[in-house]
Design a protein around this ligand. Sequence first.
Ligand code: EPZ
Length: 417
Amino acid sequence: MDRLLIEGGVPLSGEARVSGAKNATLPILCAALLTEEPLTVTNVPHLRDVTTMLNLLAQMGVAISMDEQLGVELVAARIASPVAPYELVRTMRASVLVLGPLIARCGEARVSLPGGCAIGLRPVDQHLKGLQALGATISIEHGYMLARAKRLRSAHICMDLVTVTGTENLMMAAALADGTTVLENAAREPEVVDLANCLNAMGAKVQGAGSDIITIEGVTRLHGARYRAMADRIETGTFLAAAAATGGSITLRDVRPDILDAVLDKLREAGAHVTSGPDWIALEANGALNAVNVRTAPYPAFPTDMQAQFVALNSVARGTALVTETVFENRFMHVQELKRLGADIEVEGNTAVVKGVGHLDGASVMATDLRASASLVLGGLIARGTTTVDRVYHLDRGYERIEEKLSRLGARIRRAR
Ligand code: EPZ
């Protein structure tokens, strides 16, 4: 099992390019199921979750190849098996994103219930409620969702809560439904917009993505397209937080500053100097950081996927910070591990009270979920001495070659088997 060895205390410096967004790529790959023509996706990040999704689609009969520009071409000419088996779904919850496209394209789907995960129960009731409103009949048998629909029909769906993949599943299903579907209380995340843009490039008629009311005028068929996935805003935020927390100065390229306001504002509030252009962001730490309070919520508020990284950043800031998690019910598993590095953090309900300490000291820590792992890497970069981060496979799910990118920014970090 891989682990990362980090010699901390080095301010990050230099330039790095950010990869394509995992959470945009995953639904966009599923959109290939909606047409028998080739969908080519570029800027696809080389991640464990992407490999898992490609394996799942291949198992269904999707032909997958790589072109000379490293674009991933998917051809779902015929879907031999509209099934997402438990063995794959339990390793990646985003597999549930095949449900909507399969029902729309094949009229049936057999998808394993995702089950819980480290950060919470993560039910999919909103996905099912919306698909039933669109005319699908769904039963749960032996841990699988069995869905059928002769032809999906339009509906006016008001989601009970904001769900990113729920919005994405319903948008894809409605793209081939009869009539015009309205999704109210839709997720506004940039990854939802990226999927909508890809669907429209395939001939869909989606309007309002990025707002909380999305209208999808169903069409009879979609055609192929070539689409470039957006940059990963969470990888961007993670590297900026690492530079700020280590007192460094970095520039990130191929990024989208326009969708990171909440994170950039918090970095400036902490005392970092942040500038940006159309596709770049530069951060320069100005000495010790000030503690900043954070409250996660759906976009455009502060992203839950950046919460753990800001707990690490606050652990060595001046003062006390309140970090409140409102999206998931169990997303503080990084706290116990950061305390092994000397952080002073107490969790009270859904809030972590982080008292800044003068320094952290290297130790062995264990990753538990994707973003918790990122905060432990930040902790190791900050701490004096050596930190070992175990179970790095969690990190590989969402960060492409993180140790190579951090090494290029001056970090003393290497992977050990
Ligand atoms: C997406 O997960 C992301 N994953 C998550 O990123 C991200 O943390 C999350 O959105 C919130 O932004 C992908 O896009 C692949 P939700 P998703 O449905 O869609 C509850 C990462 O680290 N809920 O928006 O699964 C749910 O339990 C991952 O990259 C229901 O109750 O999240 C949660 O409390 C982690 N019923 C809240 O809503 C439902 O039917 C938000 O979940 C659906 C969700």
